[in-house]
Design a protein around this ligand. Sequence first.
Ligand SMILES: Nc1nc2c(ncn2[C@@H]2O[C@H](COP(=O)(O)OP(=O)(O)O)[C@@H](O)[C@H]2O)c(=O)[nH]1
Ligand SMILES: [Mg+2]
Length: 268
Amino acid sequence: MLLLIPAYNEEQRIEPVLREYAEHFRRVYAGGFRLVVVLNGCVDDTLGVVRRVEAEYPEISHLEFPGRIGKGGALIEGLRLWPEADLMGYVDADGATGPAAFLELVRRAGEADCVIGSRWLPGAVLHVAQSSQRRFFSRAFHAWVEILFRMHIADTQCGAKVIRRAAVERIHGSLTIADMAFDINLLYALKRAGFRVLEVPTEWTDQMGSKVQFGRASLAWFLSVVRLRLVYSPFYRWLGPLRPLEVWLYRKLGSPPPLPGGGGAGRI
Ligand SMILES: Nc1nc2c(ncn2[C@@H]2O[C@H](COP(=O)(O)OP(=O)(O)O)[C@@H](O)[C@H]2O)c(=O)[nH]1
Ligand SMILES: [Mg+2]
């Protein structure tokens, strides 16, 4: 099992999460376990904190990228490690998903190609729910995603997911979305390729100090999902000349633009 944790300015939140995951997996998980923190553009001392914890736990390591590649870009880079593990997964650095809840997803990996935690299915346990403003935004976003993609997934955005190696290998070339709409990119690529996605109710403890900025950034999410829908439409090949405009627009919205590559060639 190779667990990725994307991290951006997480010096305050990440240390206990790394320790808990390493300790818990040592205690209860029989297979091999590796945890890789993927950082980029941190302006605090996340790297120093991660290095300190790494020195105590050989199963923990990190990758660092200088560019503004966003959570999605960090996970795309991390998922390149697919040859090194049968199962890959990711969780947020803030501990919203504890190790026991994550292991529950791992345990069910035999039932599907990808197992995702859900805060919106009956049976989910929300120790601390998201704010009402956030939940409203989440449902509006969900409705929009359902109109565009018809995936019938109640919670595409939960930060906890587990994927089998064969599935990552097959779809990695179609991952390009760098912002938080990355999850839609991943799930839709899996579904298009015929992989089975299993959504299971999970436990969630919402944490203060979210790195998501509303306003401009949420506009970028909407833009990203429309863009993704276009990638899979017959119009896409006519949109090439608009690429500079797209990069400009993402910059204006203060969000990382989609990564080049993927899309056309690796598209499924
Ligand atoms: N590498 C990287 N990680 C990011 C970036 N933005 C957010 N993250 C990570 O993505 C995860 C989810 O972010 P968080 O602020 O907890 O989102 P929220 O709980 O949904 O509001 C956390 O682990 C963040 O550190 C980024 O630009 N780069
Ligand atoms: Mg969070």
